[in-house]
Design a protein around this ligand. Structure first.
Ligand code: MN
Ligand code: MN
Length: 295
């Protein structure tokens, strides 16, 4: 990769911020407060959010970020996926862990074991279906199901999902890894049906088609988004630190209607099963891989 320093720094900050986030997830703690603290921590450490910090609870697998007025509190019994991404000059470290506030130790262990088994076989030449197969088998051997329509991904500068997916089951994809590639590996395990669907709107957006808008408000906010987030995901809560609610709501509506930004959906498990997740970002090497998201 062109400049490994940025990737190493982004990974380190992402890992430290994830540790910090997980230490704050306790029964009674406010999801919004923990989110704000984690995002401040990322900045203090010299990074930027690669996407809004996410805490997806129980049967929600991914894509929950706090709204600006979020009242959610973590509760005893919750299974919380903390997902933290950091960028340094567009180089991204993406990592996630599950905090168990209930009695789901085995489910949490199964996604983590799958991640660790996957890391063992990653090197130049490893085929994507081999990674998927190891992940799927590890989760099944613990009595759970991998979520088949969620996957890891190739990462490039300013591109969180840059090309191929890294499957969580044997999908027969014979694409081979190359030295220097940065990939996120993220097994999800569930006691439900093993699929997610599109749920409620998440309040998380990203630019999909950069073109001009006519009105001043939308143009001003689009300029800020491009400067601050480029094509990476952002949310309304982040924009409200700079602009009034009227301006932000107006601009988001206009930018969506014009096809300039799109909104992501929350991703609940189809069978309402509990979901655990574990994720590292790794760099592929000749004889193995380096876990970038480590403190
Ligand atoms: Mn992630
Ligand atoms: Mn990811």
């Amino acid at each position: 990769m062109e400049n490994n320093k940025d990737w190493i720094k982004a990974g380190k900050i992402a890992a430290e911020a994830l540790d910090y986030a997980c230490s704050l997830v306790k029964p009674g703690a406010s999801l919004l407060e923990v989110t704000n603290k984690t995002e401040s921590k990322i900045e203090k450490l010299g990074g930027k959010c690669a996407f809004p910090v996410q805490f997806s609870i129980n049967d929600l697998a991914a894509h929950y970020t706090a709204s600006f007025d979020d009242k959610t509190k973590f509760k005893k019994g919750d299974l919380v996926k903390a997902d933290v991404g950091v960028q340094v000059n567009g180089a991204i470290g993406d990592n996630a862990r599950t905090v168990d506030l209930g009695n789901n130790k085995k489910l949490v262990e199964s996604s983590l074991a799958a991640l660790n088994e996957a890391v063992k076989i990653i090197k130049e030449g490893t085929k994507l279906h081999e990674i998927g197969s190891v992940i799927g088998k590890t989760i099944s051997s613990k009595g759970f199901k991998p979520i088949k329509n969620l996957s890891g991904h190739l990462i490039e500068r300013y591109a969180e999902h840059a090309g191929f997916n890294v499957p969580n089951y044997n999908n027969k994809d014979t694409t081979a890894l190359e030295e220097g590639m940065v990939i996120a590996i993220e097994p999800f395990a569930t006691d439900g049906s093993g699929m997610i669907k599109e749920g409620k709107k998440s309040g998380i957006y990203a630019i999909v088609n950069d073109k001009n808008v006519r009105d001043n408000i939308s143009r001003e906010i689009l300029g800020f988004i491009k400067e601050e987030y480029s094509t990476l995901p952002f949310c309304k809560r982040q924009l409200l630190k700079q602009f009034s609610e009227f301006k932000v709501s107006f601009a988001i509506k206009t930018l969506i209607i014009n096809g300039i930004i799109r909104e992501y959906d929350q991703l609940p498990e189809v069978g309402k099963g509990l979901v655990s997740q574990a994720e590292y970002t790794v760099m592929v090497e000749k004889e193995g891989c380096k876990i970038l998201t480590q403190c």
